[in-house]
Design a protein around this ligand. Sequence first.
Ligand SMILES: Cc1ncc(C[n+]2csc(CCOP(=O)(O)OP(=O)(O)O)c2C)c(N)n1
Length: 318
Amino acid sequence: MPMPPDLLPPAYRQMHVIRKFEETIRDLYQQGRIRGSFHPCVGQEAVAVGANWALKPGDALSCTYRGHGHALAKGLDPQAAMAEMLGKSGGCSKGKGGSMHFTDPSVGLIGANAIVAGGVPHAAGFALAAQMQGKDSVALTVFGEGAVNQGVFLETLNLAVVWKLPVIFLCENNLYSEMTPSHETTSNVATHQRAAAFGMPAEVVDGNDVEAVYAAVEKAATHARLGQGPYYLEAQTYRLWGHMMGDPEVYRTKDEVAQARQNEPIARLAQRLLSLGYTQANLTSLESEAAAIIAAALAFAEASPPPLPASALDDIFA
Ligand SMILES: Cc1ncc(C[n+]2csc(CCOP(=O)(O)OP(=O)(O)O)c2C)c(N)n1
């Protein structure tokens, strides 16, 4: 099913919420107010919004350290996300997880993960539980193209096919694994071909086109919901900022990044909306709404107290 056209303006706002969230974190980071690492998803917002908006509320998401956009698009409250970034008790992980450990089971976010490919088997586990319980929920797992060389990734794809699990494997192929061009480490960078060899449908999608991502994930989710097993999608996209704060970006040229900027997803959606008859004023208003959401998130996070030392071991052990 194509993305309903009335979802396009809110999708534009949501992509701006994600972009603004990342820009705010960058500023906080530069002010020394964020501890730990931050892996921005700037340039990859269409994958996050297209994919998660094609899911149903009972469906699950596992993502990576670069998953702020996915978490927000799945429904994580920006206030809880911002407070988590600042290590505050109002954060989604009560300030004890930070950037790489966003979690909120109430919206189906079963976890971001700092371990490359670490969230892939978690999604399969959710899918197995849904299958055993007779639910029609599906699990989406998002990972980078570097993850396809991890043993656990290959083991999960194999069992997902054997057990016909309702799981969608979504690779965000942004060409680089950390600071290494993927073709230097991966025998076949067309990761969908590797997935197809396991015997599941596997396709490429334009990851900078929110409508294309939505349609592809919706089709994959329907396939999985009908008991037809897993589906693999490779979204081709580009990370416009460095791998993390402080990345010297010596592995790519400024020209390459400038060229990729021409194809960036938010500008593309703006053009699409204008072609549908929306005005520049409409777009500006959606952008202001996004900025207000992030300003409120920051105010909430700043006012939230840090976790109490006595709570250090709460929620750690089952
Ligand atoms: C198991 C494991 N090995 C190594 C690392 C260090 N590491 C962090 S990100 C990364 C690159 C991952 O690249 P990719 O999967 O393409 O995702 P991207 O960062 O491009 O989104 C590596 C090797 C890690 N976090 N986990």
